[in-house]
Design a protein around this ligand. Sequence first.
Ligand SMILES: [Zn+2]
Ligand SMILES: [Zn+2]
Ligand SMILES: [Zn+2]
Length: 325
Amino acid sequence: MNELRRDYILDRWVIIAEERKKRPQDFIRVSKKEKPKMCYFCPGNEHLTPPEIDRIEENGRWIVRCFPNKFPAVILDGSEIKSENEILRRIPAYGKHEVIAETPEHNKNLSDLSVEHIVKIFLMYARRINEIKKDKKIKYVFVFKNHGEMGGASIAHSHTQIIGLPIIPKIIMDEINSADEYKSKTGRCIFCDVLNLESKSERRIYEDKYTIAFAPFASRFNLEVWIMPKRHLNFIDEMTNRELKSFANSLKIILGRLNKSLNDPPFNFYLHYPPDDYDLHLHLEIAPRLSRFAGLEFGSGVVINVIPPEVAAAHYRNETECNLI
Ligand SMILES: [Zn+2]
Ligand SMILES: [Zn+2]
Ligand SMILES: [Zn+2]
């Protein structure tokens, strides 16, 4: 029988559609990546991006490179825009919008990079977030990755986007508020409780001493995965070297498995962490984009997922050469 499941944290419901159940293999992509004639993110074309902000080098060449988004959604502009009344509210789209090219190699996916290289990408995330948030008009710096056309990526070269916004996004605030409420009732962090629970469940995908990856109970996306440090911490720069390596390794394993088993499908991922002075257990959510949201999803927020997370977790655990527990 189909069932409605509620998200651990948010008041968000999913119909796990056992009746329409599909196998992950039903989503294998047939088409192959096409090589573009010219890529703005490739070495040699640095002059075609807006002026570089930051880079990490190895042997005299960049391996991670950050520059402003050529078509930013928000800009540093001091103009004033005022709401006329309580109904028509507006503020300036003030902020910073940057791109991080994750590798100089055009044909490499994030999961093809070494663990050490992925650690450096995370360190660049932390560096840019810390820098951007110095501007007190910016209330939150959101980190996200779009991969593949369905994932919203207009450029195939593997990259992440960082956007500093003059507001705190609702999902982040809802997670913080809900976790606070749980804490005041139980004295514990809900994410710590979730990871303890899921480490014993059939939704567990991978874990080592420092990190766990699992398919969330109320997965909204087919093959959705959450990756979390086991220790309660808020931000990347609180992680020890070992924790960072373990986190990077988990991401490499999960994305590698997703990529290999479904032939490079589109996905998004995003980092959830708290703004200063708030508490939220850091986590990364991976959302493969294998099916489209339609009327029910857009109009009601209720989502139908045809791959139960238990099936998704088995898919990630199985047939892999990686050392999954
Ligand atoms: Zn390229
Ligand atoms: Zn926690
Ligand atoms: Zn989250």
